[in-house]
Write a protein that binds this ligand. Structure first.
Ligand code: PAF
Length: 312
């Protein structure tokens, strides 16, 4: 049976009022932050939220500050109507969809002298700054944001940490659920919450995969059928490396090489394949404690990320 249609809230003042009213009634508020174009992976985050909270907010917001000007913000897939249908198919439904229009003040910076390059080594600017960006306060998680995806996307986690802080400040959730597919993002949010004393419990939810192993992602829509087939090499190679590690191969260089080779042989372009400590995300040479193998690879227009934990 389809659940009720969620209430759609578009202003931050109204969102905060709603949350405060819920809290006054003693409700536990769960937040699932998303950029929309929902898939089963997102729906599993909502199921997790239901286990821990009485009322559920799903935010849908394509965040300009986490896209660089060379990335795909304008073509990022979106389908609010379809998303609402999917949310109604979840057991217990969703109380609110927070779909804000006013999360950033675009200001007049552009008129005052235009876009300025930032001192982030690569001179990259984000879509937000390109739009004018009357916003200059950022949350950075200095070390965790540097490696893995942070290398090729130097402003990405600044944008993520900042928007998630804003969502936490507006929605004031008791618990927030993030997918472990975005492993680095999840760790960064956990660290930010710890370091900045946000009063929210952050939960990492397991990766949801298609039957053939491909990690679910809104970006899978960019894959042709042929590329999608080739992209299966990511999970296959990660699983193989995990088995090898469990069978005693502790040399990370060897394990990484096997992953890179398998993906390249399938026609993918590897951005990185790293074996890192699960907490610090620092690269390890030999597996002695829990690690995670993280991969980003291009198949056609799609940059896919995936990972697998090895708990030794
Ligand atoms: O994982 C995402 O979809 C986004 O990075 C998030 C957490 C919603 C922030 O914009």
């Amino acid at each position: 049976m389809a659940a009720r249609e969620p209430e759609i809230i578009t202003s931050k003042e109204q969102m905060r009022r709603w949350s405060r009213a819920m809290r006054a009634q003693g409700k536990i508020i769960g937040l699932v932050p998303t950029m929309g174009y929902l898939h089963k992976g997102h729906l599993s985050l909502i199921n997790e939220a239901h286990k821990l909270a009485n009322v559920i907010v799903v935010s849908i917001y394509v965040n300009p500050s986490q896209f660089s000007t060379s990335e795909d913000m304008s073509t990022y897939p979106s389908d609010l109507k379809g998303d609402l249908q999917k949310l109604m198919s979840v057991d217990g439904g969703v109380d609110v969809v927070f779909n804000p229009y006013d999360l950033y003040d675009y200001g007049k910076a552009r008129n005052r002298g235009g876009i300025q390059k930032r001192d982030n080594n690569v001179g990259e600017i984000s879509c937000l700054e390109e739009r004018g960006g009357g916003h200059e306060s950022w949350v950075r998680v200095e070390n965790l944001e540097k490696g893995l995806c942070g290398k090729s996307r130097p402003l990405f986690f600044r944008g993520v940490a900042t928007i998630v802080s804003k969502l936490f400040n507006i929605v004031e959730p008791d618990v927030a659920i993030f997918g472990k597919k975005d492993y680095q993002q999840w760790r960064i949010i956990c660290r930010m919450v710890r370091d900045l004393d946000f009063a929210v419990q952050v939960i990492g939810s397991e990766i949801v995969r298609e039957d053939d192993g491909l990690a679910m992602s809104s970006r899978n829509v960019y894959l042709t059928l042929n590329e999608r087939q080739k992209a299966l090499s990511i999970y296959k190679s990660l699983s193989k490396a995990k088995h090898a590690a469990e069978d005693g191969q502790v040399n990370c260089k060897r394990l990484k090489e096997s992953v890179i080779l398998a993906i390249e042989e399938a026609g993918g372009k590897v951005d990185y394949a790293e074996i890192v400590d699960q907490e610090t995300l620092e690269a390890v040479e030999e597996i002695k404690s829990p690690v995670v193998i993280c991969v980003a690879a291009w198949f056609g227009k799609a940059r896919l990320i995936d990972n697998i934990e090895i708990n030794v």
